[in-house]
Design a protein around this ligand. Structure first.
Ligand SMILES: Cc1cc2nc3c(=O)[nH]c(=O)nc-3n(C[C@H](O)[C@H](O)[C@H](O)COP(=O)(O)OP(=O)(O)OC[C@H]3O[C@@H](n4cnc5c(N)ncnc54)[C@H](O)[C@@H]3O)c2cc1C
Length: 418
């Protein structure tokens, strides 16, 4: 089926260059569509802020393919259709006693889209969401259906590819026994204390997020997500001068705390605590742009100093910033490739013209620290500078060209950056 309508991404800042969205209902139909198309691309749930998913050719979604969630307890793996949203997968895994290692800040995104862009949650022992991928079912540019498995030659280059090697119809993901998480929010962590204890703070629980607006001498909120099976809560009521929030909080100033996952130390299932936002509500500010850079955690204090120095530039166009950590992985185009990383995130006002010079100022300041931009968010870095951040970039290019020599899956974004 083909739907004709003006197509925009979730944030509304990208209007797609095509009016048609194909909605195949079988893998065979995907194969036919791909084989017959000259130029094609997949749309996930459209949560990227960059033009990574755009195309002037055919756009398709895999959301209507038959839903698959097949748990293999012996292999600790689940095979899931790529159009499934993380929240839906979690609701199927948890009652069966299983969990994913981590989730992003929102459970609304498709698994295929999140994997393609190296999307991550937080936690210094937690790799990005794509690091759980152990198999990929793929319709290649010729229309052939193939399965790639972890350990196959080139697999590490085939997971985070920005949709460049074909249509991912299903993914195998590592799972582990379900676990419970307690979440608490601390308030008013002074920047001086944050700076001195930065690494300790960011690595002080299973998942940690520091939220700041750069308008005050303190970080407004620190979200701590603690695995119950790791023992006692790791901090006191007062922690490094910060105090426990007396009630539920939303990290975005002025937004409804009811949209966020349960805090206050009430233990609950992993998937109802690891995201910040509840599946049934609009996440984040809703009216926004986002930018994020990942850089080696060794450079976290230097990066904080750069951001502090730019506070007056950042603050006027900012809803909120978030600092997180991500464990190193082996995926060639993952923003955390071979480096334990700190992520510097910015939720901006929805004003691209005002945001652009701020993004450029950030990139100038962070360039010496090895910042890699999030593929799915707004950035301005030159392609050569992006490529220079990735030791396996040339190999990734060769691998993609091998799959797609005629550029059937190419778009302006991947043409520019890959
Ligand atoms: C409110 C909000 C909060 C966010 N929070 C986080 C966060 O906590 N951490 C983080 O890292 N990012 C975050 N992001 C960014 C988001 O996770 C990424 O942009 C992610 O790619 C979105 O997934 P999607 O399904 O919407 O993908 P889309 O934006 O639709 O597509 C992204 C890319 O994936 C490709 N793709 C999608 N499906 C397939 C498929 N089946 N086969 C092949 N290619 C495919 C597309 O072609 C495109 O290149 C957030 C975004 C929003 C809007």
């Amino acid at each position: 089926m083909v739907i004709a309508q003006p197509l925009k991404n979730w944030a509304g800042n990208v209007e797609f260059s095509t009016l048609t969205l194909h909605r195949p209902v079988s893998v065979e139909a995907v194969q036919e569509l791909v084989a017959d198309s000259e130029l094609i691309r997949v749309l996930g749930t459209g949560h990227s802020f960059s033009t990574v998913a755009d195309t002037t050719g055919d756009l398709l979604t895999v959301a209507d393919l038959p839903r698959r969630i097949e748990i293999d307890a012996d292999r600790r793996s689940v095979t899931v259709s790529a159009g499934t949203r993380f929240g839906e997968l979690a609701q199927a895994l948890d009652p069966e006693g299983w969990a994913l290692h981590n989730l992003g800040s929102l459970p609304h995104i498709s698994i295929g889209g999140a994997v393609a862009t190296g999307t991550h949650g937080s936690g210094i022992t937690n790799g990005c969401l794509a690091s759980a991928v152990n198999a990929i079912e793929l319709v290649t540019p010729s229309g052939e259906l193939t399965v790639l498995r972890r350990g196959d030659e080139g697999f590490d280059g085939s997971v985070v590819t920005l949709g460049s090697i074909g249509v991912v119809t299903a993914l195998g993901l590592d799972i582990q026994p379900r676990f419970e998480v307690e979440q608490r929010v601390y308030e008013r962590l002074f920047l001086s204390a944050l700076r001195v204890n930065l690494r300790e703070i960011l690595t002080s629980a299973y998942s940690v997020s520091v939220f700041l607006t750069w308008q005050r001498p303190f970080a407004e909120q620190v979200w701590i997500k603690h695995r119950v099976d790791a023992g006692e809560w790791p901090h006191g009521r007062d922690w490094l001068g910060a105090t426990l929030a007396p009630s539920q909080r939303n990290p975005v100033p002025g937004q409804d705390p009811g949209f966020t996952t349960q805090q206050g130390g009430v233990a609950g299932p992993w998937h109802e605590r690891l995201p910040h936002f509840r599946l049934e509500f609009t996440p984040s500010a809703g009216d926004e742009l986002q930018t994020e850079y990942l850089l080696p955690i060794e450079n976290a204090v230097a990066a904080l100093d750069v951001l502090s120095g730019l506070a007056d530039t950042i603050a006027p166009v900012l809803h909120v910033s978030e600092l997180r950590t991500i464990a190193a992985d082996e995926l060639w185009l993952s923003e955390a490739y071979r480096q334990d990383s700190v992520a510097l995130h910015f939720t901006w006002h929805p004003d691209p013209v005002a945001v652009d010079p701020v993004v450029r100022a950030l990139e100038e300041g962070l360039a010496p620290l090895g910042a890699r931009p999030h593929w799915g968010k707004v950035f301005a870095m030159e392609p050569a500078d992006v490529a220079a951040r990735y030791p396996r970039f040339a190999d990734a290019r060769t691998l993609i060209a091998g799959y797609d020599p005629d550029g059937k899956f190419r778009n302006a974004f991947t043409g520019k950056y890959l």
